[in-house]
Ligand binder design. Structure first.
Ligand code: G16
Ligand code: MG
Length: 220
């Protein structure tokens, strides 16, 4: 029986990955490090500082913590410039309808994101009021695949992990859901997200009932 749905943000509700990419690429180029779209896959669902470490590793560059903080801040300020220009229309197809459908059916809705900018993005997309709880990078200390972000979401909604369904686009996120004893729907490529209970390309035209049925979850 399902009581709540927990959503990752980047790559599930909105395609911010390309803005992360542009901001990281600029930084990498300034450091003389080659950074491709393929490299960018390694950063999905990963925290800001860990992402920077991955990039520095690509360039076999070691820097003191102080310098790293400075670089992370610089990347975030470039990223925020993109986010501030983002419009409501950048919400991914079918997302708003799906979230609204869950609320109509009295299913809890929470966000479970690694991003420290999650609140701002929800505001830009004007979907903040569709969430009963928001757990983001400012509220967790352990990164996915640790289940902390989703367990805190379940706690905030006062539901058992076993009654939660997670929506994720990153491998680490699918693992986090499983580590928390939750079911998981992957958003994206079936092969990449093979550990998920079900993989769908997105929310366009997806009805809650038929989705839940496919993974043997009932609503009452
Ligand atoms: C997201 C992205 C990651 C990003 C991380 C931290 O997580 O997938 O690429 O590095 O947040 O973001 P910020 O620098 O804004 O704090 P999620 O969990 O929403 O996919
Ligand atoms: Mg994601």
């Amino acid at each position: 029986k399902i009581a709540a749905c927990l959503f990752d943000l980047d790559g599930v509700l909105v395609d911010t990955a390309r803005y992360h990419f542009l901001a990281w690429k600029k930084l990498a180029e300034e450091l003389g490090i080659e950074f491709t779209l393929e490299h960018n896959e390694l950063l999905k669902g990963v925290s800001r500082m860990d992402s920077l470490d991955i990039i520095l590793n690509l360039g076999k560059l070691e820097l003191p913590q102080e310098k790293k903080n400075e670089l992370a801040e610089q990347k975030n300020s470039d990223y925020l410039n993109y986010i501030m220009q983002m419009g409501e229309d950048e919400i991914l197809p079918g997302v708003k309808e799906f979230l609204t459908g869950l609320r109509q059916r009295k299913i809890g809705v929470a966000l479970g994101s690694a991003s420290k900018n999650a609140q701002l993005i929800l505001e830009r997309l004007k979907i903040g009021d569709l969430f009963d709880a928001v757990i983001d990078g400012t509220k967790v200390s352990k990164a996915k695949p640790d289940p902390e972000v989703f367990l805190k979401g379940a706690e905030a909604l006062q539901v058992e992990p076993a009654a939660c369904l997670v929506f994720e686009d990153a491998i680490a996120g699918v693992e986090a859901a499983r580590n928390g004893g939750m079911r998981c729907v992957g958003i994206g490529d079936r092969k990449t997200l093979a550990m998920a209970d079900l993989v769908i390309p997105g929310f366009d035209g997806v009805e809650p009932e038929s989705l839940f049925q496919q993974i043997n979850l009932t609503m009452t």
